[in-house]
Design a protein around this ligand. Structure first.
Ligand SMILES: Nc1ncnc2c1ncn2[C@@H]1O[C@H](COP(=O)(O)OP(=O)(O)OP(=O)(O)O)[C@@H](O)[C@H]1O
Length: 678
């Protein structure tokens, strides 16, 4: 064995002992170059390097091969290349294959060697390719024209890591191989090495470019993330600014409305009257003091009455004179018969005109009374608003901007509010629990309200006020959010105009019945149980809507034809409840017929300006005197004139006997309750 051959063996030994598989490949390459390659006249042709049919071998197999077997050299090369192919499947687009094919001669050889030396970098290549794809079609943007360069780079990339870690080995290899190889081989190898170096340099450059690119991308991504965050913040700020502007506007409008309402009250108080304070010893009470217009009107009426009395007296004296003349007792003061008749005619005519004047003043007084009623309600509203703890334009639940008080009920205050999320007006009903109440009573009230909410929230119909939301404000207060109805309620309408023309009354009752039909066509039927003018609201176009389901009852599925037991009587308003609800001798059975009765009472009230039973009575008196229990027959006043169909509908609704009274779905069939053309 020649010295150079021995040196080759040493190198093989040295390189084979390196656990790095690439080093082992290099060692084998080195070995081939040092000695075993000597008998091979020239590098094997490229197609010898790849033997597709070679049996697949694991990397361990390769490690276990005899290190210096002379037959190993070529086989080893084949084996290694085969191994490499298995480890790094070529990409389907054949880029890599092309990369190999694009090098010719020694370059080709060099590529093969580079493949032989490296398995791990192949994984780097595929990763890089993936990254390249990940960056989008940008890679293609560099141009298909540069494909060869790209491919070279791709191939070179596989050597990058090798280059980093094994530059010394290559240098070593170069010096040793120069010692053992012939001039041709040496030149070829040197060419090969310089090519590899070139590629290493390209790869290094590529790597640094990639690093730079990656830094740039990271910076870009950071910048974009920051920009996005800024935009979001700006958007948020813009939204809060918009909301601030909006709520400021709403508040300004509401404040102006409050001021206007107070000025109007002052003016009207002067005209119609005001609440005064009266002291009786230590007791201070409030009394109503009429305003100037009512005082003037009353004094006109008083003076007319006085004039009337004077005329009546004068007529009496005329009659007396006539009779005195007849019996001859006072001949001097006697008047001719004609004079007496004339005087009497004058008095009668004057009395007639006084009566006319009086009637006019009385009509005016009635109007004042209505205005006075409205003024008193408005005064009460303003006083309630001033005393309310929610009068300072709070935003509830981060969403509802409270504006002005609409009114106050038994345990609740209703505010007009603006929904800052849905951008619409709503009515916020604030249910206040009395702090003095026992915990048990509070819980019962809350249960009651939640029950109402659960019933009401499922109701979606144009003639039923929508319930949008419910939330707690504090331990003693919660809020329900309702559809806002900007018109008055029917109670206020009837206070302002006690008698409605039949046409108007009909359209209202038809809508109420449509709401009731909806309640009775659901799988879970509902009895409202508290239908009264105060619970019928109007929206801005005049659509009537039923509200307040606080006393309503859900009709159980298995209820018989006679209705369901009224377990909790509740406190409906007695003028509007049917006789069966007053029967204390047994637990009443109720059905939708309760609502039919209430609707009949309301319709009567709209047409005739008074309720059919117990109109002038208090709730307490109605109970005491069994007014409704005795309401067997409804009577109609002669005025105003009302159609027979309307009267017939009322009669049917107010059928005393519950069994004979039609239910909601039956009475809704009445032609009078439908506008459909027949
Ligand atoms: N959805 C609404 N839209 C507009 N105004 C409303 C709405 N709900 C109630 N109101 C008004 O608020 C006022 C108070 O209503 P609320 O229902 O609390 O009182 P009530 O029915 O008179 O009392 P209670 O519920 O104790 O019987 C009434 O004048 C009513 O017209």
């Amino acid at each position: 064995m020649s010295g150079s051959s021995a040196a080759g063996e040493d190198i093989v030994q040295h390189l084979s002992s390196n656990s790095n598989p690439s080093s082992s490949k290099l060692a084998k390459l080195e070995a081939r170059m040092a000695g075993k390659a000597a008998p091979v006249p020239s590098p094997p042709p490229p197609h010898h390097l790849v033997v597709p049919s070679a049996p697949a071998t694991t990397f361990m197999d390769q490690e276990e091969l005899p290190e210096s077997s002379s037959s190993d050299d070529d086989n080893g090369e084949e084996f290694l290349i085969q191994k490499n192919i298995l480890k790094r499947p070529r990409s389907p687009d054949g880029d890599h294959g092309l990369a190999v094919g694009n090098f010719e001669g020694s370059a080709n050889e060099a590529v093969k060697h580079s493949e032989v030396m490296d398995t791990r970098p192949s994984i780097d290549i595929s990763n890089r390719k993936k990254q390249g794809r990940g960056r989008g079609r940008g890679g293609a943007g560099r141009g298909r024209g540069s494909k060869t360069v790209d491919q070279t780079r791709a191939t070179s990339t596989s050597s990058a890591v090798v280059a980093n870690g094994r530059h010394d080995i290559l240098t070593n290899m170069e010096s040793r191989s120069s010692a053992v190889l012939g001039n041709d081989d040496k030149a070829a190898l040197q060419e090969e090495l310089s090519l590899l170096r070139g590629k290493v340099a390209i790869l290094e450059e590529e790597l640094s470019k990639s690093r730079q690119e990656s830094t740039e991308y990271r910076q870009l991504s950071d910048r974009l993330a920051k920009e996005l965050k800024d935009l979001k913040e700006q958007d948020q700020q813009k939204k809060s600014k918009q909301l601030k502007v909006l709520s400021d506007l709403l508040i300004a409008v509401s404040k102006a409305e409050r001021q206007e309402a107070r000025i109007r009250i002052k003016q009207e108080s002067f005209r119609l009257g005001n609440v005064g304070v009266m002291r009786a010893g230590t007791v201070i009470s409030e009394t109503w003091e009429d305003g100037q217009a009512i005082k003037d009107l009353n004094s006109h009426l008083k003076s007319l009455l006085e004039t009337k009395e004077t005329i009546e007296r004068h007529r009496k004296s005329l009659k007396k004179r006539q009779s005195d003349k007849g019996d001859g007792s006072d001949a001097e003061t006697s008047m001719s018969e004609e004079d007496v008749l004339l005087q009497d005619e004058i008095c009668k005519s004057r009395l007639t005109s006084i009566k006319r004047e009086e009637e006019q003043y009385l009509r005016e007084r009635d109007r004042y009374e209505l205005e006075k009623g409205r003024l008193i309600r408005e005064m009460k509203r303003l006083r309630d608003e001033d005393g309310s703890r929610f009068n300072n334009f709070q935003i509830l639940h981060n969403r509802y901007a409270l504006l002005n008080l609409l009114g106050k009920g038994g345990f609740s205050e209703v505010y007009k509010a603006f929904d800052l999320v849905e951008y619409k007006y709503v009515a916020c009903k604030l249910h206040g629990l009395n702090a003095q109440w026992s915990e048990e009573k509070k819980q019962s009230y809350i249960r009651h309200a939640i029950r109402e909410y659960n019933i009401h929230k499922t109701l979606v119909h144009p003639n039923i006020v929508r319930l949008w939301d419910i939330f707690e404000i504090d331990h003693n207060t919660f809020c329900t959010v309702l559809e806002y109805c900007s018109g008055k309620d029917l109670d206020a309408v009837l206070k302002a105009t006690p008698i409605l023309p039949e046409k108007e009354a009909r359209i209202i009752i038809v809508q109420i019945f449509q709401g009731l039909v909806y309640l009775n066509k659901r799988t879970q039927k509902i009895i409202h149980y508290d239908l009264k003018p105060g619970n019928v609201l109007f929206d801005e176009v005049g659509v009537a809507k039923v509200t307040d389901f606080g006393l309503s009852k859900i009709v159980e599925d298995d209820v018989g034809s006679q209705g369901m037991e009224l377990t909790s009587q509740g406190a409906g308003t007695y003028w509007y409840l049917p006789p069966e609800c007053f029967d204390l001798s047994k637990t009443p059975f109720i059905s939708s017929k309760v609502d039919v009765w209430s609707a009949g009472v309301m319709f009567y009230q709209m047409l005739f300006g008074r309720r059919p039973f117990g109109h002038d009575q208090t709730q307490e008196r109605i109970l005491r005197e069994d007014t409704i229990i005795n309401a067997r027959r409804v009577e109609f006043p002669s005025k105003p004139a009302v159609s027979n169909e309307a009267k017939e509908l009322i009669r049917r609704c107010l059928t005393y006997n519950q069994a004979e009274r039609p239910d909601v779905l039956t009475i809704a069939q009445e032609p009078y309750l439908s506008y459909a053309k027949r």
